[in-house]
Design a protein around this ligand. Structure first.
Ligand SMILES: [Fe+2]
Ligand SMILES: [Fe+2]
Length: 285
């Protein structure tokens, strides 16, 4: 079960496939529609309308303070027009995504820590994308949200061992990928890619998640470079499962790829802190 290069592909064990929560089919369908140039707003509205719970959630989100419509949005066509296809896809992903670790009394603190890292990386990546030419902030957001989904899956199916891995990382014993590979021969990137494939998300996200720690192996590394920068920013902001006081955001592989500087990092910190304060409650962090 190793993955040494693009040719080999990690397969989830059958028991994990059976136990893993499913992503509702509507989410995968909407993902594919957004990347299809023939899709129009009506198609998306119709796909969402098949699911009344999701429809209610999309409308609630379209009316939230983040989109702050001047008049209330009461139907899906208005929501699509107001938010745009990609932002709407992101709301659907947030609502449908299994393995979210919500905060609150019954929460597993490790799962909540992973979710906080995912949301902080997503918000940061959206801000970073605003500074990199030719990138969609909404694509960066969803890539940030999904990049470490393999860790959440591992926490679910290696319930006794994964907390130990997290503890080793937190004590400075190595990176997640290094410790996971040494234990099992695969890492959370392999697992995450397999999970996204199972959920039938587009190949570009499957590939990106699989190589998010090996950017040189991705065909379009820019999007995932932004995720890496945002992930470092989240750790430096002492958010999520892996806090790294004093971590230099511009030190990573992603920063080198998109020519990220300390000056950009300082600006990112200011924008991120404001966005985090106003948006984190939307994600139940
Ligand atoms: Fe990762
Ligand atoms: Fe990460």
């Amino acid at each position: 079960m190793s993955s040494n290069g693009p040719a080999s592909t990690f397969e989830l064990p059958p028991q994990v496939v059976r136990d893993l929560p499913a992503m509702p089919a509507v989410a995968g369908r909407i993902f594919r529609m957004v990347d299809n140039p023939d899709t129009d707003a009506t198609d998306i509205a119709q796909a969402i309308s098949m699911d009344p719970t999701l429809t209610a959630k999309v409308l609630k989100s379209a009316n939230s303070s983040y989109y702050s419509p001047t008049t209330p949005i009461t139907n899906l066509s208005q929501a699509v027009a107001r938010m745009g296809l990609r932002a709407l896809r992101n709301v659907v992903v947030i609502e449908c995504l299994p393995l979210k670790g919500k905060s609150g009394e019954a929460a597993n603190p490790l799962a909540s820590g992973l979710w906080e890292h995912a949301v902080a990386t997503a918000i940061g990546a959206r801000i970073v994308a605003g500074r990199v030419v030719g990138c969609s902030p909404d694509d960066a957001f969803v890539a940030g949200l999904l990049h470490d989904i393999g860790k959440s899956a591992l926490l679910l199916f290696k319930q006794t061992e994964y907390p130990e891995v997290i503890r080793q990382v937190q004590e400075g014993g190595g990176s997640f990928a290094e410790i996971e590979k040494a234990r099992w021969g695969f890492d959370h990137a392999d697992v995450g890619a397999a999970v996204l494939r199972l959920w039938q998300l587009p190949d570009v996200f499957v590939e990106g998640v699989r190589f998010h720690h090996r950017l040189a192996e991705i065909r379009n590394p820019s999007l995932w470079a932004q995720v890496e920068i945002a992930g470092r920013n989240a750790k430096a902001a002492l958010l999520g499962i892996e806090k790294r006081r004093g971590l230099r955001v511009a030190d990573g592989e992603g920063a080198r790829l998109v020519k990220w500087t300390d000056e950009f990092s300082a600006a990112l910190k200011v924008s991120f802190d404001a966005a985090w304060a106003s948006e984190k409650s939307l994600f139940q962090v």
